[in-house]
Ligand binder design. Sequence first.
Ligand SMILES: [Cu+2]
Length: 747
Amino acid sequence: MFRKSRLAFVFLLVLIPSSTVAATKKPAAKTAAKLPKGARLLQNVVIPGCPGTPAGLELQNPPEIAADPTTNVLSTTLGVYQATKKVPVYSPPPPPPSPPGGVWTCVEQAFRLQLYKNPVTGEIQYPGPTLRLRRASTNSPAYPGDSLHVLLENHLEPNTGEDCIWRGFDCPDCDNPDATLRPECCGLLRKPVGMECFHGLNDTNLHFHGLHISPQQPQDWVFLQLQPVGTTISTPMGDPATVRVGSFQYAVNPLPSNQAEGTYWYHPHKHGSTSSQVGGGMAGALIVEGPFDDWLRSYYGNYLREKVMVIQQIHNFNFNTTLEVGLTQIISTALPLINGQLVPKITMNPGEVQRWRMIGATIEADAQLEIDFNGLSKAGNSLQVRQIEMDGVQFSPNNYYCQPLLDATPCDGQLQDPRFQLSPGNRGDFLVRADPAQAGHELAIPYRVFGAIERQGQHSTAINRKATMIKHHQTRAFLSSLGDSAPALMIVYVCKPGSDPGCVDKSMDFPPAAKFPPLPPFLSDIKASGRQNVQFQVIPGPGDNPVPPAPNSTFAILVKGKNHNKPLQFNEQCAVFSEPIDPAGGEEWTISQNVNNGTAPFHVFHIHTNPFQLVSTFINNKRVSYSTCPPPPGAPPLACVTPIWEDSLTLPNNTSPEQPDEPTGYAVIRQRFEDYTGGYVLHCHFLGHEDRGMMLAIQTVCPQDHTKYSVTSKSQKECTFGQFLPALPLVDTPECLAAIKKANEHH
Ligand SMILES: [Cu+2]
């Protein structure tokens, strides 16, 4: 029997039927909470005390690699290695699972992880190095644009097989007399269909998340299956033509002048192993600079300190360990780390403005963080903040004035209680100002988890084949144990001139909205003609209802009018969408999910190659518009919102999940297909969902011949010169069926 308290704390792989969630939901115990062991309290914000990983150390930016100024090429090597790392996690008091309200302890838990070796430090560590590039610009000073060359080397152990992990393959300890300790894969009695499963965990590749670059090899090529050096038996699940062994040279063309400057990131994207590799720490910041940054720096007289914040929640696939901590059952919950640091401190001068680049380098619902910038002082604005970019694209002057993603009442000229929701994949760039009145004080920045943690499933045992026990993480229980207090993400210390060495008063302020640069022409609003309806769906499988683990569910995407209106799963042999290059056109997509969670969202829509504009969201048919210009009569000229450029979008709840054609909760985006032909993907950025099939292939084709891609060139526009490649066949065509048949014969 599952105890009720367990049902609520299941993870990634499984969707619990909503009836089960409703039955097990209990109001959080908010009264009798005790402070976690070793933690300290800063005005209702809990800062963990963690032996071995002290909280509150000064935040260090990750080491950076820039382009060679003589060649304008950033050239580096990222080697992938297995390593055991001690990661701070919160663990409840024994015997687990602990009831809410118990005293939790921050402990270092040893995880076997796959990580990049940092070429600057020589260390195998998380996050990876920051890659800093500059895009081309034609205005003064003109700049040719940096190229990005990454030699990716796979030093993991060769896979013994690449088939789906299920009861019949690679799933240990299914005979454990305690059913609750059996790994989830034990419940998977049927071999998963096709490649929609965790598999090939030691194969890798690279994705440059958010960049507007070619998806073709050797650029943003996510179809690569880079097998470990020394691999002799190759049984890939994907197209054998995409297999390489040992190393692969990625080479991205010079970033053109229509690459938005901003904060991006890189991470592996190999279908079947994406979640375990990114969740285990393989990620790093990728920063593109350009004229917007020049303007910002010059506004502050070149005194603008920048913090790069790679936010990760590190764990292996199974939240477990067999090493230093021993063989006892460890039930823990991952803590958000910034650049690998636990609750780092940022020291600011009084009156100083800093630029913060926040990156959600995460994979799952319990990493959906609502960051409360002045959680300590709801009335006093102790820490002041303005968002300047979203997902790597600068804000319009209107959005800078209105602050639609920080302010519950945008455009009213006042920003009170700013909160930012950072989902997996998202980036937010902020100007943050330390109020001089706070000199000598520590301010905590707390967070709450807004994701639907209860809807996640359990981890399967996969990487660590010796692990014998299933481990539940308990994010909700941990948060409940804090009572009315919130956990801290970071601390700001406003130093005191005269008593703190090097501390000086600054009189910096935010740029006035009237001076904020207008969007460059390449970021003009998209005028959509075509329409698409897309719904992310989790379809319960046999035996999954009502008790988890429920590993037989299908993670799929329904596209209206495709596949005879039946849900689709990832298949790299056929494109679901085929879009001709059209810089003047575009499509409007309505995106929903078949989930009704009350308030918490669930999936995160992400698409490669072209960013999109978020136009509106509908929650219970109530519209939130991000296109409200012109402003009402009498309002200030900037008091209206323009569509927000994004590449990763948190999907709202849908109270009519049974009716795919009539969702009550959905988002409307517009995207256009520019510059680059080739095949790429859209998917859920809960990366376990992606590995299990919630991903589709999309392609951009040449306008004069929709069956062709163009080769990429450094000097010529695609499709304007005579070198072409065949495009993928479309779903629902005989060519697609033939391609799938051919691919299956290979395997
Ligand atoms: Cu999802």
